[in-house]
Ligand binder design. Sequence first.
Ligand code: SF4
Ligand code: SF4
Length: 439
Amino acid sequence: MTYRKMRYIGFSIITLVSLTLPWITVEGKHFFLLSFDKKQLQLFFTTFNMSELWPMLFLLIIFFLGIFFVTTLGGRVWCGWACPQTIFRVVYRDLLQTKIFGLYKSIDNKQRTIVKGKYIQKILAFLIFALFAIAAAADLLWYFIPPEDFFAYIKEPSEHNLVFVVWFIFTALIMASAGFLKEKFCTYVCPYVRIQSTMIDNDTVQTIYNPIRGGEIYDAHKQKIEDKRDGECTRCDACVKVCPTHIDIRAGMQLECINCLECSDACEKVMKRLNLASLISWTSPNAAQNRGEVKFIRFRTIAYPIAISIAFAALLFMTTTKKSMILNINRNTELFHMSRDGQSVENTYKFKFENIDSKEHMFYFEVLNPDITIKTPTEPFKLKAGEVKIKVAILSSDINSSLKTKSGKPLPVTIRAFAADDREKIFIEKEAVFIYPDK
Ligand code: SF4
Ligand code: SF4
């Protein structure tokens, strides 16, 4: 199978996954959703509110370590095989402009300029790509506004015009980068180009021309040797014509190379006619020089996955053991209060309940210390998904209770708050203090 076909399969899988993931929910929670209007992060089907965004830190660590690992292993492999910009270019230039509307002669020659005339086809290609960009921008938005809300919002444009503004900006950016900047985006705009050179080494897998077999095409000053004809390279320039970033890989490795391997496929086609293997292969500089195997197992290629696995396991553990409610307890400034009949001691608190589950629940709490009772609130109360409520709680203890022996000292009390309709699953325990008067 050619690298091009493999990349197309990869692009299809990535597109399918990114389109379907926002629609998959478990008990109303998404795999990944950073909702600014609900002030929530949903990750691995668990909800976090804005005061507990620590999973984002883990995600960023995993993201950056992932980039370091992939780049150390395969250079700019992300660019050629998974980057949305590359997918947009393949859809616009290769599929629409070349295959369907014939505005370029062949996808094997990306150096030719677009054909003159054919205005209807040009407009049609542009409009179809605009629809594709609108869908891609909506898909991107679904990770911030879930699809169920997104489609409800666009039915009421006057009330949700910000959604339309952001949607339009995302669409315009996709159109501009894929339609106008083209591969200049990969070469000049994307910051990844600049940082990737610090992560690769001589064992990193890259697109490499074999000058031992093919012959030197460029001299030490990177000037093309025009008349020399030793080696297997036929100088057909098929590898140059097909290159989307307009480089000649025979001049050596270059920052512009996105590892798409189109040049390798092109050379393979040419060399096949001569019963020879492609002169351009996906290998490491060391393996190419020593004519050996690529050294995949290295310190960095082991250290990064270990660090990623630790961060991922910690994230998964904390996510799966996370509570669905939050309770913050603050004491009143008054230390304690005697009841009117002088028979009991009361302490007043402010309980801040937050329902971070995706469903509405009835909440209440109990005190696990046997000598302390709840005076108020007397009944469970309702909290919608994401709702916060502050309740004044008065705890009371009989003046003659066993607590008397500890008079004057703050006594630790354990509060167990819970969803009355699901108390085994949604609960939280918090420590507070109860102050009893001195004798
Ligand atoms: S040199 Fe080859 S692998 Fe690199 S961008 Fe050009 S065609 Fe793709
Ligand atoms: S496609 Fe192969 S044979 Fe043709 S110019 Fe490139 S390296 Fe040489």
